[in-house]
Design a protein around this ligand. Structure first.
Ligand code: ATP
Ligand code: MG
Length: 463
């Protein structure tokens, strides 16, 4: 019965004591009705933002002006934020992107009517109960995403809602109601009017659910409109004995593979990397005189394309860099021995931008998971490679346990040591000497021991 947490109830009480009406709305109501209230609380009210602010201040509650243009202030109640927004309707959307204006209104039902989907358009109050004018609760029970009002018009007003529908369907495991689905498909081309960073943030939401493969299978046109790089993969025949699927179907199986190979689901970056790992293939294709297909340099091209598209979508650098590294190195031949693995780790490390050794080792585990999924989605004769990777896992474990080094800074000598103990003068030669020593240590020709490295370098400098 009690759908709202105490801090939200307190915010409602403060507003009502000051003579205003207020409800809990949106995502919190939706998730609480589903039995998983893991959501920020949004409150809507007939008070203007100035009145809300005054009410909280009078009650001694901390309050911040977080979006006054849209009528939003944020109250901090018992240390928890509650967003409080004046009832409003959005003005015309002349560009399908931003409302030209927002208009504040007196009636909560008008505020609910401007919201995107029925499951997001419910309000709740501890005394007045659930206010659900569009049948959101019923759609929640049926597992349906349904636009509020005329779907074609709603997608025309704001094309981003096309991707929001797909994101909520992925997240909740819902289907999209057929009228909404038809309108969304018709409107998919208008996604090109939406700012790339808004598309990027919805795509992140979709990928983070682990169900982006479902989205690509079932909402193909929408996903291709949001991420045009996927389209050339569709139906792309690889003409290769290693493959039985076209590039897109192979990719979808790799995306599903990384989910099933990880006990708690793949990380966000591994999910992106699985989706993008073969993105370079269609532009790197040639057919030989026997009619067989070959890809030249597709991981490098994939790296360039992944980097460019992640940048365009304004995906944060810290997330993008490891994704790009996974795409770049998903296919590099590596022997299951220490020196071959160390050289792969060094390459991945340099591209990933990660700081800690342990983070790099973890990314390597994800790389091996991607390789396993990749092998399992190829022709049956190639799938054995997935089991060979057990050996690579073992070597990676050894590298981690024994603290073997792949970075100059992990060497048992520093540049200062070389200057002091080998009589080198400061300059680029010191860095070169350290790299040579690192190469010998990684190849297993030299132990990572201070005295041995100094002696080895002294010998090679004398030569
Ligand atoms: P989550 O934040 O977990 O993704 P949410 O339901 O809180 O889910 P938000 O994007 O935070 O989604 O938006 C809050 C509410 O505002 C939504 O529940 C919906 O009612 C409304 N809303 C948000 N974006 C739009 C939009 N583009 N068009 C119409 N209504 C929207
Ligand atoms: Mg939200």
């Amino acid at each position: 019965r009690d759908l709202a947490p105490t801090h939200a109830l307190r915010a409602l009480a403060v507003l009502e004591a000051a003579g205003h009406e207020a409800w809990v709305v949106g995502g919190w109501v939706r998730d609480a009705l589903r039995g998983c209230p893991a959501h920020d609380v949004d409150v809507c009210t007939d008070a203007t933002w100035q009145q809300s602010e005054a009410a909280f201040e009078a009650a001694g509650v901390e309050v911040h002006e977080t979006g006054i243009k849209h009528g939003t202030v944020t109250a901090i109640v018992c240390g928890q934020p509650v967003e409080v927004t004046t009832y409003r309707i959005d003005g015309d959307y002349s560009d399908s992107r931003h409302p030209d204006s927002v208009t504040f209104v007196r009636d909560v039902r008008e505020d609910l009517a401007r919201r995107d989907f029925t499951v997001n358009a419910m309000a709740w109050h501890p005394d007045r109960g659930l206010l659900d004018p569009f049948g959101g609760n019923e759609d929640l029970a049926a597992g349906l995403i349904r636009a509020v009002g005329d779907p074609a018009r709603r997608f025309e007003e704001d094309a981003l809602r096309i991707l929001r529908a797909v994101r909520f369907a992925c997240r909740l495991g819902f289907l999209i109601e057929s009228g909404t689905q038809a309108a969304l498909e018709a409107a998919a081309p208008t996604l090109d009017r939406v700012a790339q960073e808004r598309i990027g943030s919805e795509l992140r939401g979709i990928v983070a659910t682990g169900r982006a493969s479902w989205a690509i299978r079932e909402q193909r046109e929408v996903m291709f409109a949001a991420l045009p790089e996927l389209a050339p993969m569709d139906g792309f025949d690889q003409r290769s004995p290693y493959h039985v699927y076209d590039v897109l179907e192979h990719t979808l199986r790799v995306m599903e593979g990384v989910e099933s190979l990880t006990s708690e689901g793949a990380s966000e970056r591994l999910r992106w990397a699985a989706m993008l790992h073969d993105v370079g293939k269609p532009t790197c294709f040639t057919i030989d005189d026997r009619g067989q297909g070959h890809f030249f340099g597709h991981p490098a091209e994939g790296m360039r394309m992944a980097r460019a598209l992640l940048r365009r979508l304004a995906i944060p650098h810290e997330l993008a860099q490891p994704i790009v590294a996974l795409v770049r190195y998903h296919d590099r031949p590596t022997q299951p021995n220490v020196s071959s693995m160390l050289s792969l780790i060094a390459s991945v490390d340099a591209m990933s931008g990660l700081r800690e050794r342990s983070e790099v080792i973890w990314l390597m585990r994800e790389l091996l998971c991607l390789r396993r999924a990749d092998a399992l989605a190829k022709a049956p004769e190639c799938r054995g490679y997935a089991y060979e990777l057990n050996e690579h896992e073992r070597v990676l474990g050894q590298i981690e346990r024994e603290g073997l080094c792949w970075r100059v800074r992990d060497l048992a000598v520093s540049g200062g040591d070389l200057i002091r103990e080998c009589g080198m003068s400061p300059g680029p030669a010191v860095g070169e000497a350290l790299s040579r020593a690192l190469g010998a240590v990684m190849a297993g020709e030299l132990r990572n021991d201070h005295d041995e490295i100094i002696a080895w370098l002294a010998r090679s400098l004398a030569e």
